[in-house]
Structures are given as C-alpha cells and as structure tokens.
Design a protein around this ligand. Structure first.
Ligand SMILES: Cc1cc2nc3c(=O)[nH]c(=O)nc-3n(C[C@H](O)[C@H](O)[C@H](O)COP(=O)(O)OP(=O)(O)OC[C@H]3O[C@@H](n4cnc5c(N)ncnc54)[C@H](O)[C@@H]3O)c2cc1C
Length: 415
C-alpha cells in the first residue's frame, strides 16, 4: 500500500513552479495507480503538493523579469547535462502547456562603434541600423531559443494546479517544525504581530532563489552553509516594436566603454524589446536580504536610474527602435553561489528536506530539468542526472569565495 505524501515547495519562481508541476505529475500517476490497485483495504493515502509564495503573485522575482534566453550547448563539464536536457524540455513544455513565447532564435555577437560600410560580416536584422562595427552568428540558430519567463513560470503553476496542486500566494515562510531529524511542517507568518500557522508536510523543498541562503539555519546548519549572493541588476523594456517582431535576433554585445554596458538584447514574440546586462551589478547578501534590509523581498528590489540611462543610450546608439524612453524598467537578483553552480539535493543531515536554488544566470534555461530531477529525488529517492557537482553540503565545511572581486561596478555586467 502506498504511503501518503504531502510535499511543500517554498517559493513561486520558475524553480518552485517547475518542481511543483513535475511533482504533481508524478503524484497524480501515483494516485491513479493506487486507485487501480486499491483492494478496499487501503487507508486512502493522500498525495498532495502545495506551493507557498511570499508575494501576492507567482513570478514576481527574477523568474518574472529575466531575459529568457535558452542555450542548448553553453554549459561547462558539470552543467552541460542541465543545458541539453532542459533545452529539450522547454520545447516539449511549449507544446504541452501552450507556451506562446517559446521560439528558437538566431544569436549574434555584436560590437558597437563606427559602422563598417562594407557590411557587418553576415546576416543582420534590419532594425540594427545604428553604430554597429561587427555582428556575427554565435551558434547554430536551432540551438538557441527564448521564452518570456513570466509566461513559462505562470503556465507551470497553472498546469500544476490543474493536476491537483495547491498554490498559495501571500505566504511568508519563516521556518520549519522538526521532530528528530525530520521536518513535519512549515511555519507561515500570519501577520505583523508574529502569529504563525503550520502547514504539515512529509517533505519540503526550498526554492526561494537568493533568499534560500537564509533557510540553512531552519535546519540547524551554519548561517553560511548556503552562501548565495543576489547579483542585482536593472533591465528595461520597449513595447510594440514591429520591426523587431518581424526580424528577431538575440544580441550579445561586447563591453561598450562609452556607456559602461555589456548589453544582452532580447526581442520577444509579443513585439517588445528587452535589455539587461546594463552594468552596475550590486552584490546583495547578509542583512540586506533579511527583515528590514533593502532587498528583503522581491517587490522591494529597485532599479538604478543611472543604469537605465546608460542602457537606453547604448541601445539607442545601435537602433532607431529605442529612440524614446523605455516603457518598463525593473530590477531583480540572480542567485549565485561562489562557484556559480546550483545547490540541488538533500539538505545535509535531514531525512526529508531538499534545496533547489542558486541557478545564477541560467535559471530560466535550467528550470524544467531542475524541477524534474528534484521531483525524482523526492518521490523516487534517486535522480536521473548526476547531481554530485551541485551537492548542498559542499560549503558546510569549507566556504570558498568567488574568484572575482565583489564590488558595485558601473562597468559592464559581472556574470
Ligand atoms: C537580469 C537577469 C536576466 C536573466 N536572464 C536569464 C536568461 O536570459 N536565461 C536564463 O536561463 N536565466 C536568466 N536569468 C537567471 C534567472 O532569472 C534566475 O536564475 C531564476 O529566475 C531564479 O529562479 P528561482 O525560482 O530560483 O528564484 P526567484 O525567481 O527569485 O524566485 C524565488 C521566489 O521565492 C519567494 N520567497 C523568498 N523567500 C520566501 C519565503 N520566506 N516564503 C515564501 N516565499 C519566499 C520569492 O518571493 C520569489 O518569488 C537572469 C537573471 C537576471 C537577474
């Protein structure tokens, strides 16, 4: 007879929503199998997954505001498997969940500067009509793609709900309830007075993006067990650019000393034009992420006006499509561990707790595969990928720091 499973996922970004979707799929299979095999003796085991998000909507953090660029073959030895498998899963999900923003897109490496009158050395979009010194194709155009991250994240949450998951927003998780080395519930802060309710669970999965760093102490681990920094940056968006809609290319621009930018430009299928990589990366950690800090929660993370100006000016120098001010500006944090690899696996020393966080600048690409393997780990006890490079105990004994100097810099973007 199957045992009841009640999994609580914390955080409504792409990682929480993808994990909730794949957990719900597996649990609904389990539910069906159990119903078929039920000989009348069973005690009606319960199969439930619940997602708890602090803000009042899903995808309000990096997963709603990122670029959404996907690359199949841009991984390193440890992450290549995540890139390749997730690239395939995005294409599958686009069909399964009717993700309208998904499409493959050619990607150019672009250098700004005096226009080369002999041509730019390859096919270029018509809207790249300004100061471009060179532009060359970076990869096989069928191996790079894009999505609008907010659409994917919301569709994963919606599909999970259709499979029976419970998605609750406005739920600030402040800790867990432990019995021996097992989690039995998740503590949710009810109000300013500090009243709490407990959501009981058989398993818990931490998907709180950069704020996952704060959760190590819930499990009695050292405060620096999961040293995740939030690398905060500003982005801008222009709406209704018809020329861009009709001739889509993603651009990776070389560092441009005139503006202090390292632009990434993503024309989206709805006709909008998005840029990030506009410099001024700000490394957020420690008290800034805690109660009272300026980045305590997703909706408090503010754009830097001087970087909006720099990014807009740089794009304007390259295309007449950005001659007016952006329609939207925003800022968010990408969660990054010192070795830039994700933390994916069991919480050290705890029988039924897991973490899936710190996916740095590839979190949208890796969302589907990370959610899928975490669902396998939690419900089957083993994952179909080798997760040894992503172990959640790799910083517990020795915390190494990122090689690059951490600083607030107005030059380029520090990936
Ligand atoms: C400017 C920028 C551009 C990017 N572009 C790309 C790209 O083109 N391609 C790509 O693959 N990746 C990209 N990324 C990276 C990607 O956006 C992130 O890696 C990914 O979105 C992280 O997802 P997440 O679900 O882990 O975290 P988040 O999206 O940050 O979600 C975490 C959620 O947890 C919630 N939460 C936190 N604390 C609590 C709590 N106590 N209780 C309940 N809920 C809580 C938060 O409110 C939030 O909703 C980009 C990142 C940035 C910043």
């Amino acid at each position: 007879m199957a045992l009841s499973r009640s999994v609580v996922v914390i955080g409504g970004g792409i990682h929480g929503c993808a994990a909730t979707y794949y957990l719900s799929k597996k649990l609904s299979d389990l539910r069906r199998r159990n119903e078929k095999e039920d000989d009348g003796e069973s005690q009606n085991p319960r199969f439930q997954v619940t997602l708890l998000e602090r803000e009042d909507k899903i995808a309000c953090s990096a997963s709603g505001q990122a670029g959404g660029f996907l690359a199949a073959d841009w991984g390193d030895a440890a992450t290549d498997q995540l890139h390749k498998q997730s690239f395939e899963l995005h294409a599958q999900l686009a069909k399964e969940l009717d993700i309208k923003s998904y499409r493959t897109i050619p990607t150019l490496q672009v250098r700004g500067g005096k226009r080369n009158e002999n041509g730019l050395g390859g096919d270029t979009p018509t809207w790249l009509d300004g100061e471009i010194a060179s532009a060359r194709l970076m990869d096989d155009p069928t191996r790079t793609a894009q999505v609008t991250p907010a659409e994917v994240t919301n569709k994963l949450a919606q599909a999970a709900e259709n499979l029976g998951a419970v998605i609750k927003t406005g739920q600030r998780v402040v800790g867990v309830v432990m019995e021996d080395d097992c989690v039995t519930g998740v503590r949710v802060r009810e109000n300013e007075r500090g009243d709490e309710t407990v959501v009981p669970c058989t398993d818990v999965l931490i998907c709180m993006g950069v704020w996952s760093t704060l959760a190590s102490q819930w499990f009695g681990l050292p405060a620096d067990a999961w040293p995740i920094t939030g690398i905060k940056s500003t982005h801008c968006l222009w709406k209704q650019r018809e020329a861009v809609r009709n001739d889509p290319y993603a651009l990776f621009c070389a560092e441009d000393g005139r503006f202090g930018t390292h632009l990434e430009v993503y024309p989206r299928s709805d006709g909008s034009l998005y840029i990030c990589g506009i410099g001024g990366s700000d490394y957020v950690e420690g008290d800034r992420l805690k109660e009272g800090g300026d980045c305590e929660r997703a909706t408090m993370v503010a754009a830097n006006p001087s970087r909006v100006e720099a990014g807009s000016s740089c794009l304007k120098s390259m295309t007449s499509e950005a001659s007016d001010a952006p329609d939207e500006i925003g800022a968010c944090m990408r969660p990054c561990a010192p070795d830039a690899r994700p933390l994916m696996g069991p919480v050290p020393g705890i029988a039924n707790a897991y973490i899936n966080a710190a996916h740095n600048c590839w979190g949208i690409t890796w969302g589907p595969i990370a959610g899928k393997v975490m669902s396998e780990l939690i419900l089957d006890g083993k994952a179909s990928l080798d997760l040894s490079a992503f172990r959640a105990d790799r910083y517990t004994t020795k915390v190494s720091r990122r090689g690059r100097k951490q600083q607030t810099s107005d030059v380029g973007e520090q990936w």
